[in-house]
Design a protein around this ligand. Sequence first.
Ligand code: FE2
Length: 287
Amino acid sequence: MIQLLDIRYVRLGTRDLGAADRFAREVVGLEAVRTDGGARYYRSDARDHTLVYFEGDPADHAVGFELRDREALDAAAAALSDAGVAVRHGSADDNEQRRVRDSVFFRDPSGNAIELVARAAHSGRRHFPSRDAGITGFSHIGLCSNDPKRDEAFWTGRLGARVSDRIGDAALLRIDPVHHKIALFPTTRSGVQHVNHQVASIDDVMRAWYFLQGRGVRIVFGPGRHPTSGAVFLYFEGPDGMVYEYSTGVRRIEPEDEAGHRPRQFPKAPESFCMWGAVPDIAEFRS
Ligand SMILES: [Fe+2]
């Protein structure tokens, strides 16, 4: 079985790199690391980078996950290939751009571009954000699914993810103790549905609420608390309609609780997304 150690990065295409760059630095509060080959790289924690904006189609998204080593990558490539999934090993250029030693690329059944990487670079420098948003790190993504039952089976059966809870047909999936690192939302498109950064405290969520309103950024959900993960959240709209989220206090399912964990089924209703009464203005969250 493939073991995804962690989510590593998200790569997003944009036609307006300047606007995306300003948003990443000045609004989200990420640290700009470098511009390389028409792409801009951002840090949010101790890793070399966790977000990339590149010049291209705004519908072109890719998500990177970390595997242990080259052997684990080769085994994953073989297992996916045996299952009929088209895989390709990253070129030297691909690996250099991503600051990883090895990589394998494929698409999940909904067409989402997934990249498995090994020996991804950490930074020797302390993370120094461009503003005090309280970000502690990139943590999870929402992923579009045009057949949630099929995609849940793929992510759990092929990639070793476990279901923590479900809202309607949307599965919240964990690959480590964090309640979810991937959430599969039923929709008709493919790509990344939202990008989450964890912040240190509820104070950071509320400070962001005032800060974003002051900057004229559209708030699309929250502040609120998810009854699933227990996290306090705020969702807002970024470039090209991408939804960004800050959250804090996400529940963990520790190794000793793994065996006894049973996913809870929540109905597809506003109160399943927010226990305080916030109503989402996000297509995939609407009832
Ligand atoms: Fe989220």
